[in-house]
Design a protein around this ligand. Structure first.
Ligand code: SF4
Length: 732
């Protein structure tokens, strides 16, 4: 083996929404007379503004996980298919696999209409992949049944922003973490979920002796341990807390009346609503001291610059939109918005949760933040795509999609780059739906996800290190993802699989007399040869919209580095901060106060299910662990799913280090180890989310962690309440 050439490729970490830049080092070598490219290592990119060279435990092991995935043979390397459910899948050609799916999709669309098929995609996909899937579903097939695991991640933050500020646009930048005097973290274990951003917070606190950190969380997480004030609230009581804080602001006269009067609407009604929310009431319901609520309100209002960081603790709830709305109201009422170091800042869980929203890759959206409910937006996209008619009927959202699949209304589903049999709530119901489907297509880089078990067709996709495109992180920053390695085996890029399939389907639908588009014969809606072609089309959809990126291209990202949208044509750089003029993208230009009364969690405890179960992330694992689960060192933090109970409860149940417990919800039962952990409050339990059915007994839709969780969802965002389920716990 001879080293011939060393290459360094700048790309982006594929894990969390911090979106750190990385530099991949590869070597081109001669091996047995063949040119091979080997992955040598991954380092943080010192020039990337999200991380300036730093990486967390997951990012710093990207080279090792990429190699472990290949050598551990967990990668999908060739198409697999079956035409008979009694058989198992076996290797086939790309032509056979795609033609089989085209035949079935065309048959179903012809016989049962476009809404009989669906796509369930992922915040792990690149923006270009997302755009391609969205256009395939909406423009060619004519269905809005394209939803994504981003629905489990950010949709309540989206509805909160739209309801109050008028647009799905996080107004802040990571730089604001260093500029804030007070940081209010609600429902986010930032230390685990966004580690490099947390490093910035640690550095800011080290430099500013007057810095205040308030953490609202039912658990004493590593993040909460650093707080000056930890409000250890009862799960799901955030709206009660935020309303009481606003009540205090009103009582104390700490409102910014100039901002309220000039730049907002609806405050009077809001004030009448929160008048009922006394600190004493909130202290009782939330389970915290009245004095602590007063302290939190004081620091929030009186600090020169207050920044909120929030994540799944607010979003994954049946009241997720209300929680977001109530928190943003605190910022509007105190004028803590539109200034450096101040504002509400949602943290995206996934690497490209925002990119999917930008291209409208959800069942309730159209490209560039257009709405299905707006006839003008529909007409704009019909004209842009050159199609006769787009459906305005909202498609099925994540939970609804698998409901309809189980009922038989949706008959075929294409799952790309996500693992719903593991990650959706009530996951055994999802397994039943997949079993019932007439066709399940799984497009993935890995063979290990639980959903692969149900696939009739497995389409091997490229993954991090091999792909080209863009992603958008939590601060609206678009970064390039670049390929440093050749595709594994016969794997193809996600966008390229969509294009190949779509061109075949165009012909199949036309031959069946289903001309869904007005394009001329012989032309295609999918004329792209590279991801850059797709980016340029996506870019044009944003012209004049709130996320206008007509000033951005791959060439500019190459020269200027990652940029924050909007960046309209002619701009020399992206936009760090939104709403600095306090002019909001609503009809009146004013931000809105929308009062929401406190509602308890969907599934409250009772005599049969008396414990409150919370689920969450570990420091060193990522989602279903397709990638992180291949390295032994990632299990040194937590080796398996262990139920955490308060030590008083642990003793009361007579448990010890050899004990196992049976955790039973209204949907399923799982048996696992248990540990005393006083970060968890009495009568509550916490469980990491990374272990699916395969850990608990392998195939056949057995219960994983999410078999326990409820699929009840927020009526506005349709995001399910993964953060709270009522369970019964007994010694096994
Ligand atoms: Fe990757 Fe997030 Fe870690 Fe950065 S903080 S290295 S984006 S996992």
């Amino acid at each position: 083996v001879t080293g011939l050439e060393t290459m360094h490729t700048k790309t982006t970490c594929p894990y969390c929404g911090v979106g750190c830049g990385v530099v991949v080092t590869t070597e081109r070598r001669q091996h047995n007379g063949r040119d091979v490219i080997e992955l040598i290592g991954v380092k943080g990119d010192p020039d990337h503004p999200a991380n300036f060279g730093k990486l967390c435990s997951k990012g710093s092991k990207l080279a090792e996980t990429a190699q472990a995935n290949v050598y551990g043979q967990v990668r999908a390397s060739q198409p697999l298919m079956r035409t008979d459910r009694a058989q198992t899948v076996s290797p086939g050609t790309w032509n056979d696999a795609l033609d089989h799916v085209v035949d079935k999709y065309a048959e179903l669309i012809t016989q049962h209409g476009p809404d009989s098929v669906a796509f369930y995609i992922s915040g792990q996909l690149l923006t270009e992949d997302y755009y391609a899937f969205n256009k395939l579903a909406k423009a060619l097939i004519g269905t809005n049944n394209v939803d994504t695991n981003s629905r489990l991640c950010m949709s309540s933050a989206v509805s909160g922003y739209k309801r109050t500020l008028g647009a799905d646009a996080p107004p802040c930048s990571y730089d604001d973490v260093a500029l804030a005097d007070c940081v209010f973290i609600a429902g986010s274990n930032t230390a685990y979920a966004h580690p490099i951003l947390f490093r910035r917070l640690e550095a800011a606190r080290a430099q500013n002796p007057n810095h205040r950190l308030i953490v609202v969380d039912p658990r004493t997480t590593d993040t909460a341990q650093m707080a000056d004030l930890h409000l250890k609230i009862q799960p799901g009581t955030d709206v009660m807390l935020f309303n009481a804080m606003l009540n205090i602001l009103m009582q104390q006269g700490w409102l910014d009346m100039a901002t309220i009067n000039l730049h907002t609407e609806g405050f009077d009604e809001y004030a009448r609503g929160v008048a009922e929310y006394s600190p004493a009431l909130a202290a009782r319901v939330c389970g915290v001291k009245e004095a602590d609520i007063l302290q939190a309100a004081t620091w929030f209002a009186k600090s020169p610059k207050t920044l909120s960081l929030y994540c799944q603790g607010l979003n994954q709830a049946t009241t997720g939109t209300d929680k977001n709305t109530a928190l943003i109201a605190l910022h509007l009422a105190t004028g803590q918005i539109g200034r450096a170091g101040a504002g509400p800042f949602s943290l995206t869980g996934q690497p490209n949760a925002m990119g999917g929203r930008e291209v409208g890759g959800l069942s309730t959206l159209l490209p560039a933040h257009r709405e299905l409910s707006n006839p003008v937006h529909i007409q704009e996209m019909e004209a842009f795509w050159g199609v006769k008619k787009l459906s305005s009927a909202p498609g099925a959202t994540a939970v609804e999609l698998f409901d309809r699949l189980e009922k038989g209304d949706i008959k075929a589903v294409w799952v790309a780059c996500t693992n719903p049999a593991h990650s959706l709530p009530n996951s055994q119901k999802v397994a039943r739906a997949l079993q019932k489907a007439e066709l399940v297509v799984v497009q993935d880089a890995y063979l290990t996800p639980a959903t692969v078990e149900y696939a009739d067709v497995v389409l091997p996709a490229t993954t991090w290190g091999e792909k080209e495109g863009t992603v958008t992180n939590s601060e609206r920053r678009i970064s390039r993802v670049r390929s440093a390695l050749p595709p594994h085996g016969e794997a193809r890029h996600d966008w390229a699989i969509v294009v190949d399939f779509a061109r075949r389907l165009e012909k199949a639908l036309a031959s069946r007399g289903v001309p869904s588009s007005s394009i001329e014969p012989g032309k295609t809606l999918f004329p792209w040869n590279t991801p850059e072609d797709i980016f340029l089309e996506h870019r044009e959809t944003t012209r004049g919209r709130d996320l206008d990126i007509t000033g951005l291209g791959y060439d500019i990202l190459e020269h200027l580095g990652p940029q924050q949208w909007p960046m309209p044509e002619g701009a020399s750089q992206g936009t760090a901060r939104l709403y600095e003029d306090l002019n909001f993208p609503t009809a009146s230009g004013k931000a809105r106060f929308v009062f929401a009364p406190y509602e308890p969690v969907a599934e409250d405890t009772d005599a049969r299910f008396p414990w409150k179960l919370n689920t969450g992330r570990l420091r060193d694992q990522w989602h279903g662990a397709s990638r992180t689960g291949t390295l032994p060192e990632f299990f040194s933090h937590e080796a398996e799913p262990v139920l955490a109970l308060n030590s008083a409860d642990y003793q009361r149940l007579g448990l010890n280090e050899h004990s196992w417990v049976r955790v039973k919800s209204r949907r399923a039962t799982v048996t696992l180890r248990v540990k005393p952990d006083d970060s968890v409050a009495p009568n509550q339990a916490a469980l990491p989310m990374h272990w699916g059915p395969e850990f608990f007994g392998g195939k056949g839709g057995v219960a994983g962690v999410n078999a326990l969780t409820t699929e009840a969802f927020d009526p506005y965002s349709k995001q399910p309440e993964l953060k709270h389920s009522a369970v019964h716990i007994a010694r096994a």
